[in-house]
Design a protein around this ligand. Sequence first.
Ligand code: M6R
Length: 624
Amino acid sequence: MACGIVAVATEPGRLGKALGRVIRDSLKYLEYRGYDSVGFALITNEGELVIRKSKGMLDLVEAKLGFSYYDGLVGIGHTRWATHGAPSDINSHPHTDCKGSVAVAHNGIIENYLSLKEELLRRGHTFTSETDTEVVPHLMEEFKKLGLTPYEAFKKAVSMLRGAYALVAIDLDERDKVFFAKGTSPLIVGFGSGFNFLASDIPAFLRYTNRVLVLMDGEVGYITSRGVVVERLRASDGGFTTSIATSEPVDFTWRVKVIDWTPEMAMKGGYPHFMLKEIHEQPEALTLTLSGLVGISEKVVPILARADKVLVVGAGTSYHASLIGSLLFNNLAELWSSAMISSEARWYLRSVGDNDVVIAVSQSGETIDTLLAVREAKRRGAIVIALSNVVDSAIPRESDLSIYMRAGPEIGVAATKTFTAQVAVLTYLAAKAGERRGVINGKYLDGVVGDLRRAPSLISRVISVYEGRIRRIAGMLASKQSAFYLGRGLGLPVSMEGALKLKEVAYIHAEAYPAGESKHGPIALIEEGFPVVFTSLGREDGELLKSNIEEMKARYAWIIAVTPKGSEEITKLVDDVFEMPPMKYEASPVVYIVPYQLLAYYTAVSKGYDPDKPRNLAKTVTVV
Ligand code: M6R
């Protein structure tokens, strides 16, 4: 995700313009995914592999490199959203091998690239970039040297990769083919007559064809101008030997669909709004977030584990993720930790010093309140760690260390997938720091991390089971003026995030409150039909929440609850319940927030609002 890929194989003149131009125009339709660099590679009619790439926006890069003028029969294009290696000309895709005969573009993260790179370096390969992607052309080169055909070498290279990828490759030794592979990151085939496309998203080729095949994980193959071959790759890679990665043909004909979307609908993946698309993208985004964490946490966890205090700062949704992080640092790692709203942080940062860590949480990496907190923390000598979704944005640039969420660009103003990514990262770090400090044992750590890794599939399940019901409840909520969201422990920041979503997109006054505190004042507002939403993340919460629910019930409130499956005591008390998969308490916020995101979305839609553009709000806030 995030990066954009386009690849074309065509008969001469079939697309009505030079192939470079076709690729450039197609990349234009992927700009919405966000990017920092652009590149393309094409095999010319004269049999030369041309690669042009640069940091910068498409139109400027095109003006500088003029790649639209090149023509040929196969070509690939890429918009890069940096994950490994800063945005730069050299790190831009496509990447090539030592001989310059292969060009590869990639979207995703290759988790085991360092060990592959070490082996390739030992075998005499020279690398030019800092990217994970560059191992792929060198692997192909290595296997061709060992006697495999280009396609065999490609499949063999793919079989050695761990992580997430959509890959396209062209090779001077097989000039009519574009090879492809899909694992987690999206890749779609567009079928034409005398040409075929591959792309990260349908709008890239919708001008030329509306016959599409959404590739599935584990599929590899190639396109030519005349046809498409899809195979399922077998798991075993056989290491750096001549053994071939076996594959079997896939009959995909029944999966080819004709779509009737406009380009704008296609950009939203067929969803009516980006917010809904991004809610549905969470399983994929989280998979990428988690796969990118192992390496960076080796650097960050020792620093956290020896800190005196860990302060977590953020604004809005990022503050709610910070609250979850700080509660977990306290509970899993017994580290003194507090979360602060960025714009208030200056009043608390006076007491931080050299032995303290400040984690600055910001999706955009540009929120000025958070940036000012970073500057203040640095001035006082604290180690600052940025947690952001945008590589090289201001907050990571000014911090000592950066962790990127890799959740892909978020276009809807209301943060959804970046919240679950932030929470997953902070939970992972707190659990790792806890183990390192001897507060939790390896088994406990594995339980928490294991449940984070299960979260993508659990989210998919929650969405598919509850979306319809949430829609109906949203229709009822739409007529209300106010709502309470009550929770305890980790359930409180989940409630706060749920309430913020409802305020932002449905313009309903929603207040989150500690459930136990509600009887100390807010309960005065309750009257018949007043919506009160309870978040219970575990059995213990449930026990404590029971009496709070009874208090609301006695006043005829409309009670909705999000609670683990099997909490009969709660289920029988409430009017509407979303029974969630039981999980380790610490990992559950990542999944339990999802019904609230959908509830806010559908309430906004049922009131006739556009959830992607809430009034008075901007995606990035750069004023104090
Ligand atoms: O980019 P940041 O995470 O720093 O943004 C912070 C807030 O402005 C942001 O979370 C805001 O509250 C969103 N609209 C939440 O949906």
